[in-house]
Design a protein around this ligand. Sequence first.
Ligand code: NDP
Length: 451
Amino acid sequence: MTSYDYDLITIGAGSGGVRASRMAAATGARVAVIESMRTGGTCVMRGCVPKKLLVYGAHFAHDFEDAVGFGWADAKPDFNWAKLITTKNKELDRLEGIYHNLLKNAGVEEIEGKGRLVGPHRVEVNGRTITAETILIATGGWPTMPKIAGIEHAITSNEALELPELPKRVAIVGGGYIAVEFAGIFNALGSAVHEIIRADKVLRGFDESMRNGLQSELINKGIQIHSGVNVTSIVKNPEDDYTLLFDKHDPLNVDVVMYATGRAPNTNDIGLEEVGIETNSKNAIEVDTYSQTNIDNIYAIGDVTDRINLTPVALAEGMAFVNTVYRDTPTAADHKNVASAVFSQPPIATVGLTEPEAAALGPIDVYESSFRNMKHTLSGRQEMSIMKLIVDQNTDQVLGCHMMGSDSPEIIQGIAIAVKCGATKAQFDATIGIHPTAAEEFVTMREKRKD
Ligand code: NDP
């Protein structure tokens, strides 16, 4: 027995912190987890889960339209935003209960409050100091907004998930994951959506075909994209709406201004300086491949380390931490070929390298296909799907796989296994498709793109 109160104190009960705490406790460790907000963290309470529920809710608008081509009467059902938010919140309460139970059943002590490091083995919470042999920081991230005049009138995704009513006109600043996902939700539900991006198109860092394809689809759906412009200030009007002023654009009046301009690691006031934990220029905690900080007994996982800011990655980092510290099996978190999806309408999903990333490694072949889904031959919807495979010319290995279109996140999850296993294009080609599906295109693309 050590003289510490616990073997492990985890600061932050989000996806990564909860998983690591439970799994450490399962090895017999005495664990406490500290959380100042809701158990479940960003993904479950303010991110992936509530967002996806709203995406499902919004998508019915398209389904009702599409049904007409299949013989259904042109029904225009009434949509009730308040009801969607209430049922979504009920589901979050249920999930939070499950998280509490998971921790309780694993023997993890939950402490409500803000944890702050006051020594390498000591954490202050609610005015008392508790100690542990090992400390895990899993405090996640938080939305950031530029400091412009009137920014206090803007909301972030946190508040967008709780709006009392559906805005008639909404401006979304940013062109990343969160911006395009919320643009799709509000647009489908009937808001007039203005997406304001400082670049020429959305989703910087994604494959160019996906970026171009999604930008066209957003425009076709009636989302007004204002590109190459910056908001200089936000003015609140006596009518309770807002005017956005720009550097290179006419003023724009809207009812809600939402910023989705990135997230920053939650490293403020958690005692990092006191203990001498190193952070990088973006204030993320510096860790090695085992998620260990420069202080031997302090580890950090998830968005607070700003590696790949996705829930499943935080879970994997948490598991690797437990293997390393409690199972005597040093395990580096594997960040290669992590699949991800953007739940825009239509969604995008991707695994592996983009074209420029792959081309930087050597000669590549590109197979690309774009088509209208069979469903839309009758629905009349003009929405396109795009699929792309990037193949190493020397080894025939599939290095990247990208898709925009219905169900692309579900499809790419399966393809990701093949890519992770290092499958070759010949092996894709040898796989017999399931007909008729969109996914079969991934095993039937034979023509190299001619550049
Ligand atoms: P992103 O980093 O994805 O995108 C930020 C966007 O804001 C970019 O378009 C960027 O433009 C723009 N931007 C940044 N600063 C400014 C500024 N000062 N003025 C105007 N525009 C600006 O951030 P998100 O907030 O969308 O998401 C954060 C992270 O959360 C993601 O990176 C992802 O890891 C995770 N996430 C994952 C989801 C999923 O898996 N489905 C869903 C939601 C979030 P530019 O391109 O020019 O830099």
